[in-house]
Design a protein around this ligand. Structure first.
Ligand code: ZN
Ligand code: FE
Length: 255
């Protein structure tokens, strides 16, 4: 049996996700952005919350932990490296650990940069990646706590996952990410096609999530920091890709 994912919106531009293990009925909220949005999704699906999987300590990802835990008595899993910043964690995990939801397993991958202890959850059987603010469609999260090299290393590890992995990220930033990406990688056909698709989805009021990792490998400039075109755009030909990654991140911050 499989993992079923319910996608909904929360707060202003956060995505909320319910992860449902069909074999056992166990259901996890991926992050806890907003209690009411999560309760609505539970009501709509008819599922009962048993777990919460936290990716990082930002308020728009943890705010509803206390309320949901009080209401459902659920287990809360989260990053060991941010345990001092997040109240209510029951189980601490780090890079290489496995978390189970009934018969479904998730591999934890450390993705430092947006926050130092940021983790993502990868489900290898159905190939679902819950990337929160480490990897967006056509972008990555702002580098609030990390430095470029470890952030680039983390992004590269995500790039090693299979092309047909479905990515579920933390925010609907795709359209603005596409604009920036086109400004620095204007001749990339895969990116041009993605941007067109994204614009038509958004114009139709539809979310751009989930997206295929393989498509993002060809179009997301942050996943292409070692491509010669991007080095050339910043005048960094032959330089360390981590330097190019830093230049792209800075370029996006000022876009
Ligand atoms: Zn965040
Ligand atoms: Fe966020």
């Amino acid at each position: 049996m499989a993992l079923v994912v319910d996608v909904f919106s929360a707060r202003t531009d956060n995505f909320g996700y319910l992860l449902h293990d069909q074999a056992t009925g166990k259901t996890a909220a991926l992050d806890a952005p907003e209690a009411n949005a999560i309760r609505d999704a539970l009501e709509r699906t008819g599922w009962t919350l048993t777990d919460i999987f936290i990716t990082h300590h930002h308020i728009d990802h943890v705010e509803a932990i206390a309320e949901l835990k009080a209401a459902f008595g659920c287990r809360v899993v989260g990053p060991r490296a941010e345990a001092d910043k997040i109240d209510g964690l029951d189980e601490l995990v780090g890079d290489g650990d496995t978390v189970t939801l009934g018969e479904t397993s998730f591999k934890i991958i450390a993705t430092p940069g947006h926050t130092l202890g940021h983790i993502v959850y990868f489900e290898p059987f159905g190939k679902h990646l819950f990337s929160a603010d480490a990897l967006f469609s056509l972008g990555v999260g702002r580098m609030f706590e990390g430095t470029p090299r470890p952030m680039w290393e983390g992004v590269k590890r995500l790039r090693e996952l299979p092309d047909d992995t479905l990515v579920y990220c933390g925010h609907e930033y795709t359209q603005s990410n596409a604009k920036f990406a086109l400004s620095i990688d204007p001749h990339n056909r895969a990116l041009q096609q993605r941007a067109d698709l994204v614009n038509s989805l958004r114009n139709g009021g539809k979310p751009t999530i989930p997206f295929e990792l393989g498509e993002d490998k060809r179009a997301n400039p942050f996943l292409r920091a070692d491509a010669p075109e991007l080095a050339a755009h910043y005048g960094l030909e032959g330089k360390d890709p981590a330097e190019v990654f830093a230049a792209i991140r800075k370029g996006k911050d000022n876009f």
